[in-house]
Design a protein around this ligand. Structure first.
Ligand SMILES: Cc1cc2nc3c(=O)[nH]c(=O)nc-3n(C[C@H](O)[C@H](O)[C@H](O)COP(=O)(O)O)c2cc1C
Length: 573
């Protein structure tokens, strides 16, 4: 058994056995920036791009194969049924609404950083994607070839400027294709987004725990893209298996300091063709592999004077470093699939999910963490709960080569029960505090009941005391949330099925679920917060998960907030 198993166990038990270094105190004054800084590079400002009001969150969460056939031809709505192609406006809009800054957080909430918020140098900027600790460690690179609107090269997305920064000039997309390997789904394009994680950006605060958090951040960012693009008929199908060291060399980064977590191939429109219209030509003919070794030369200028390394983080990066040759075969994940619901448990039917008609951009702009603002006075409706559970269930399907979710550009398997079909890794539990017409208790979600999705009771009774007793921080009163949702994944089974890189997959799925629930809550007029600071082992015991390998990996609170919270509006887009 490799190190990832050991790390997974240490993470699960860290509430009882603290991880090294136990005496760590972050040096706040010497922290890194919340994004890379390449001094002196050329910067290309980006537009914000329009977003169709009809591109609803419900559409964004629907799998490609489930969309009505008519939708696919609805070019005027820019929903091309996932056959659509990106253009610069669409790409820029997707960046703005995920990692781009959209406003400043000045609302009064229960976090310890509250007193810092009014000071401009310490300002907290809002973004569409959530991120552990608000540190946003994912670095976004665009590697583009001749079919794109810019001179081919490598660009870095600067969230602060909403601009692309040129790091390399020349078509190096052949190198990316090589790194992806010949069997990579959807890789026959010359436009790629690459998601790297600069560990120090998170580890300066979370040290050994960092790998666990940042790998979820990757999923949160990917999910933002999948919902945003999916609702417009554009495909975001992430590839998680590739020759990572080769890409790190190309990006000019040390593969111990920065992990390359995902590559997203983009189908690109001819210049002039609107995104999603499906009217443009097929992707440009791929350029031949670049014969000579090339790499990005500008360097990120580190703000911290002292950069520390942490043994667990280095060991996880080494253990999970990927290679395209190790890409799991179709169906390899199947032994790690979520276990079916316990048929012996009492079924509690759910009503139809409340529709989420709001467009994805507006939902992302509304999204924020509740941070202590839940108030139980007004219960969550069962329709809202049903919608959040469905969003979480859909959010767990990452597509691409993840083995979860079916890439839309591949032939659809006949029926979902084929041995090579997509696998659902996550199972959902709900601790119900205050939901109209659903008695308090803990439940498992059963999405495939013949009469529609339902809950199955695990234990009756108010879970508030259990939830608060097992929460580490003081910024939430979990009893005041309407419901606490908990995704579990059989982490060790995933590692057994697809190898140690599977740890990144597990956490990407959990991060993607978190982002789906956050965005759904915004569309449903509910408050939301997610947290990693809880005693995982207590949840295993409470939900009776011993022997199932199911690991409760995140808690997601949804509920109504106190009316008229103190805030100061500061939108920048
Ligand atoms: C993977 C992940 C883990 C998180 N863990 C916590 C947590 O333990 N406690 C908490 O209060 N918030 C947590 N958050 C929420 C972030 O702190 C929040 O997204 C970030 O500060 C940005 O604020 P916003 O969500 O209001 O935009 C987490 C978010 C993600 C995506």
């Amino acid at each position: 058994m490799g190190y990832a198993h050991e790390y997974a166990t240490a993470i699960m038990h860290r509430g009882r056995i603290p991880m090294e270094p136990t005496d760590f105190v972050p040096d706040w004054a010497d922290g890194p920036r919340k994004g890379k800084f390449y001094p002196g590079v050329e910067r290309v400002p980006l537009p914000d791009g329009d977003y169709p009001a009809a591109a609803s969150l419900d559409d964004g969460l629907r799998p490609a194969g489930d969309r009505p056939v008519d939708d696919r031809a609805a070019g005027d709505r820019t929903t091309g049924g996932f056959d659509g192609q990106f253009d610069l406006a669409a790409l820029a809009g997707m960046l703005r609404d995920s990692y781009g800054l959209t406003g400043r957080r000045l609302g009064v909430q229960a976090n310890t950083d509250l007193s810092a918020l009014p000071h401009y140098p310490l300002a907290n900027w809002s973004r569409g994607s959530a991120s552990g600790g608000g540190l946003y460690p994912v670095t976004l690179y665009w590697i583009s070839g001749a079919s794109g609107p810019l001179t081919p090269g490598v660009h870095h997305y600067s969230a602060r400027h909403h601009a692309l920064e040129r790091l390399l000039t020349g078509d190096v997309t052949g190198l990316v294709r090589d790194a992806l390997g010949p069997a990579a789904p959807g890789a026959d394009t010359d436009q790629y987004f690459v998601l790297g994680v600069k560990y120090w950006q998170n580890a300066f605060k979370y040290n050994s725990f960092s790998f666990h958090a940042v790998s979820m951040d990757v999923g949160a960012c990917l999910q933002t893209w999948r919902m945003w693009a999916g609702a417009r008929g554009l495909a975001v199908e992430p590839l998680l298996w590739f020759d990572e060291e080769r890409l790190a060399r190309l990006l000019g980064v040390d593969s111990q300091e920065e992990g390359v977590f995902a590559v997203v191939p983009l189908r690109w429109a001819d210049q002039g063709g609107p995104a999603g219209s499906g009217t443009s030509t097929s992707p440009a003919a791929p350029a031949a592999p670049t014969p000579t070794p090339v790499r990005v030369r500008p360097r990120d200028s580190e703000r911290s004077r002292r950069v520390l390394s942490f043994e667990a983080l280095r060991a996880m990066q080494t253990a999970t470093l990927g290679h395209a040759r190790a890409r799991p075969a179709a169906g390899a994940l199947r032994p790690a699939a979520a276990l079916p619901p316990d048929q012996g448990r009492l079924v509690r039917p759910l009503p139809a999910a409340r529709p989420m008609d709001l467009d994805v951009r507006s939902a992302l702009r509304r999204r924020r963490s509740s941070f202590g603002r839940f108030a139980a006075g007004s219960p969550v409706t069962a329709e809202q709960l049903a919608a959040c559970l469905a969003a979480a269930d859909a959010g767990a399907l990452l597509g691409g080569d993840s083995g979860t979710g079916h890439p839309p550009h591949l032939p659809h398997p006949a029926g979902t029960a084929t041995p090579d079909g997509p696998v659902q890794l996550a199972k959902l539990y709900a601790f119900v505090n205050h939901v109209a017409d659903v008695p308090p208790g803990s439940y498992e979600y059963d999405p495939h009941q013949p009469d529609g999705p339902a809950l199955r009771q695990v234990t009756p009774g108010s879970p508030g005391e259990f939830l608060q007793r097992n929460y580490f921080l003081a910024n939430y009163n979990l009893e005041q949330a309407g419901v606490v949702l908990v995704p579990t994944v059989r982490t060790t089974a995933v590692l057994g099925a697809v190898g140690e890189r599977g740890y990144r997959l597990v956490n990407a799925v959990v991060g993607a679920i978190a982002q789906a629930v956050y965005t759904a809550s915004a569309a449903l007029d509910l408050g939301c917060g997610v947290a990693l600071g809880f005693d995982n082992v207590s949840y295993v015991e409470e939900l009776g998960l011993r022997g199932t390998e199911e690991a409760p990996l995140l808690i997601m609170m949804i509920g109504n907030e106190r009316p008229r919270p103190a805030d100061f509006r500061f939108e920048i887009v």
